[in-house]
Design a protein around this ligand. Structure first.
Ligand code: MG
Length: 326
């Protein structure tokens, strides 16, 4: 997916020669809801999942099979899976922390999982109570076990741009850890700017390091908009050949390190920019805004997604398109 057309000379940037398409990985039901202070009931999650499926999104991360004590907002993982519709062409995945979580996910009918690793030692210990080495030991069992069962695995590498506790993060180690995730059997690694500190020059420098060792099609970007930099960093990623981007409808999730600040990049903001560039996502922006409206009603707080807020309540405008594509 996503090669520039033949008329584009080598070296032309994405503004002159945008890729044809990009994939959007929707994380609101898992990453978004786990950071919200309120717990949404299962029926509300099913309604949101249906609204997201109606948009044309094909990749939905729907829950997490972690201990309900750790993340009470997602304690209904099994009940939710019982009620979620299976639609052809839509992959539903769930975060799994260990072999026990894998067994639960399999029993619930999950065919794709996600696993977490951090590029920062302190973040790993604070976020999961496990060191990087300890998490790698878990993943050395978990990922091959999943692959053996025919389960696709996505790896998340968090705190790549910086750590909320340590500040700067060692890029060489981050590249090594992403490479390790792929060697273990992950299909793709999503690089996370967990506290939203990245700026475009840093993103370019970091991606150069990753792309030296890893093909662009095996990387995704999970960008947070805490400082308003997420879309700019998406643009850098696009320019460097990345074609998969994570989003959370409405910007659901917030920033766990700064109450009231933005966290996850809003999916509709991502889709608006991609469509404006002429990059197809297969997602209906109007329906996506409707899903953001529903998400806002469910969490009973204003969500930070800018496009959704600007278009509400009609949500019927189209993005400004510079590149009319034949
Ligand atoms: Mg996130």
């Amino acid at each position: 997916m996503g090669n520039v057309s033949e008329e584009c000379p080598t070296g032309a940037g994405f503004l002159a020669c945008p890729p044809d398409g990009a994939a959007v990985h929707e994380v609101a039901l898992r990453d978004g809801l786990q950071s919200e202070p309120v717990t949404i009931d299962t029926g509300g999650k099913v309604a949101l999942a249906n609204a997201l499926m109606d948009t044309g999104l094909t990749r939905l991360e729907v829950t997490s099979f972690v201990s309900p004590r750790r993340i009470p907002q997602l304690a209904d993982a099994e009940a939710l899976m019982m009620r979620l519709p299976r639609r052809s062409g839509i992959a539903m995945s769930a975060l799994v922390p260990n072999l026990k979580g894998l067994a639960r996910a399999r029993s619930a009918g999950i065919g794709q999982i996600a696993v977490l690793l951090s590029a920062s030692e302190t973040f790993s210990q604070r976020n999961t109570n496990v060191s990087i080495a300890g998490m790698l030991a878990i993943l050395e069992e978990l990922v091959p076990a999943a692959v053996e069962q025919g389960v696709g695995v996505r790896g998340y590498l968090s705190a790549v741009w910086g750590c909320p506790y340590e500040g700067e993060v060692d890029a060489s180690r981050a590249v090594d850890l992403a490479t390790k995730l792929l060697e273990l059997g992950c299909d793709e690694v999503s690089l996370g700017d967990t506290n939203g500190v990245g700026t475009p020059g840093q993103t370019r420098a970091l991606l150069e390091r990753f792309l030296d060792r890893i093909p662009a099609e095996r990387l995704a970007l999970h960008l947070h908009d805490t400082r308003g930099m997420a879309l700019t960093n998406v643009a850098v990623g696009l320019d460097m050949g990345i074609r998969t981007f994570d989003g959370s409808v409405g910007g659901l999730g917030g920033c766990p390190y700064a109450p009231g600040a933005s966290g996850n990049l809003a999916t509709e903001d991502l889709v608006y920019m991609l469509h404006g560039l002429g990059v197809d996502t297969g997602v209906d922006l109007t329906r996506l805004c409707a899903a953001a409206q529903l998400a806002e009603r469910l969490v009973e707080r204003p969500l930070p997604g800018r496009v959704y807020r600007s278009l509400a309540p009609g949500c019927s405008q189209s993005p400004g398109v510079a590149h009319a594509r034949a």
